[in-house]
Design a protein around this ligand. Structure first.
Ligand SMILES: Cc1ncc(C[n+]2csc(CCOP(=O)(O)OP(=O)(O)O)c2C)c(N)n1
Ligand SMILES: [Mg+2]
Length: 404
């Protein structure tokens, strides 16, 4: 390229006459005129037909859809119940610990126990689970330990270590980002002949507005990847109500444009969650591709321990959802089946509480922070500025120790 042809940015851009273009050659911007309303055709909102809405156990604990009631052994029903109680107990205990200064900021899941345990129930050990951050109950079911989760939320990297034999991905605080990783795992599984595992990932109603979730849906649909998408619609993305995340009535409808089947599920009905997820997992395992489940539930507690929901939602709404409590509803069902009575409810609660307390003791035995490590895992080599900060910080600690 000769020197002359290189565009010299210091020169003023040549004016139109210099280029030999008459101003009359420059197309005029078309005047924007609104299209005339057409009487014959109006642009329709494409009808999605009926979005299936699955509820098996209503808020009174009665079977509202007998044709879909799963045939689970009594021992299995009680195992599911216990897992829901344990989830609630861990949540409540961690909140107390956080208020007493013994736990970091965390995201309680109270009210979402049926969504959690129901979605995870159909997965086998070889399947993969890619949870969001509000998934303790499901993580416990998969084999994470109580002390591990406590360590994690108290800021210890050891807490993030995935227990041996557990096929889970660590969650990401960057909302929606893990959905892409989960989709990648599912696409990878599809390319292996010896593997018929499936991936289940959950994400919130707010995360559903993230572009990466849309991209993941498209990849999964085109690839017919073995993945189940569970959108936990708990009503809010921090203070943003779901009505402001979508102009549509349902989030489940979004899958239509991708060619992904979807269903709305009563997320406070553990039986409905089990049935819907079992179906979706089977489809994925048979090579029929992804499914979206919109689990309609409610975040009874705080977004995180740094949140005060009273600022953005009213008590009546919370009271309404209390009457839809997933645990109370399942208790009535089990009582009606003569699998549970008040004494067994109390006993289960006490046992789960003990299990959490024992986990807390193990956590206390391991949660010893060494403030001198603060700079150790950031970079392989610290920059001169950070070296200065480290020196200053360690000297401060030395002085503090000398004083004591
Ligand atoms: C990419 C990104 N943007 C913003 C945030 C801040 N943030 C943390 S949680 C949250 C709301 C998420 O709501 P939702 O997906 O409904 O999940 P929920 O917390 O209700 O379980 C936001 C906006 C974030 N973590 N990541
Ligand atoms: Mg939400």
């Amino acid at each position: 390229m000769s020197k002359e042809t290189v565009h010299d940015r210091t020169k003023v851009t040549p004016s139109v006459p210099e280029l030999g273009v008459k101003s009359s050659h420059i197309p005029r911007r078309p005047k924007i005129t609104p299209p005339k309303p057409r009487k014959d055709i109006s642009t329709p909102t494409i009808a999605l037909g009926e979005i299936p809405n699955l509820q098996i156990l209503n808020e009174k604990g009665e079977i509202s859809d007998p044709s879909h009631e799963p045939k689970l052994e009594p021992a299995e029903l009680l195992r599911i119940y216990r897992a829901m109680v344990l989830t609630r107990k861990l949540d409540t205990r961690m909140l107390t610990m956080q208020r007493q200064g013994e736990m970091g900021t965390f995201a309680p899941g109270m009210g979402q126990e049926a969504t959690q345990i129901g979605q995870i129930y159909p997965l086998t050990k070889k399947d993969w689970f890619a949870p969001s951050y509000r998934s303790f109950g499901a993580q416990l079911w998969r084999g994470w330990t109580i002390e591990g989760l406590m360590l994690l939320w108290d800021g210890f990297s050891e807490g993030f270590e995935i227990p041996d034999g557990v096929n889970d991905l660590p969650f990401s605080i960057v909302i929606g980002s893990h959905v892409a990783t989960a989709t990648g795992v599912a696409m990878g599984i599809k390319r292996r002949d010896d593997d018929d595992a499936v991936v289940l990932t959950n994400f919130g109603d707010g995360a559903f507005s993230q572009g990466i979730v849309a991209e993941s849906f498209n990849f999964a649909a085109v690839d017919k990847a073995p993945i189940v998408f569970v959108c936990e619609n708990n009503g809010y993305a921090i203070s943003m109500p779901v009505q402001r995340q979508t102009g549509a009535d349902y989030l489940a409808g979004r899958s239509v444009g991708y060619g992904i089947p979807s269903m709305r599920v009563d997320g406070n009905d553990v039986l409905a969650m089990i049935v819907a997820t079992t179906d979706a997992v089977e489809r994925a395992r048979k090579g029929e591709g992804p499914t979206l489940l919109e689990a309609v539930t409610y975040r009874m507690s705080l977004h995180t321990t740094a949140d005060d929901p009273k600022v953005y939602r009213n008590e009546e709404e919370v009271e309404y959802w209390k009457t839809r409590c997933p645990l109370a509803r399942f208790e009535i069902y089990l009582k009606n089946k003569n699998l549970l009575d008040d004494a067994a409810i109390e006993r289960t609660a006490a046992e789960c509480e003990q299990e959490v307390i024992a986990g807390r003791e193990r956590f206390r035995g391991r949660a010893t922070a060494n403030p001198r490590e603060v700079f150790d895992s950031m970079y392989e080599k610290l920059s001169p500025e950070l070296e200065d900060q480290k020196r200053e910080y360690l000297a401060k600690l030395d002085r503090k120790e000398e004083r004591h």
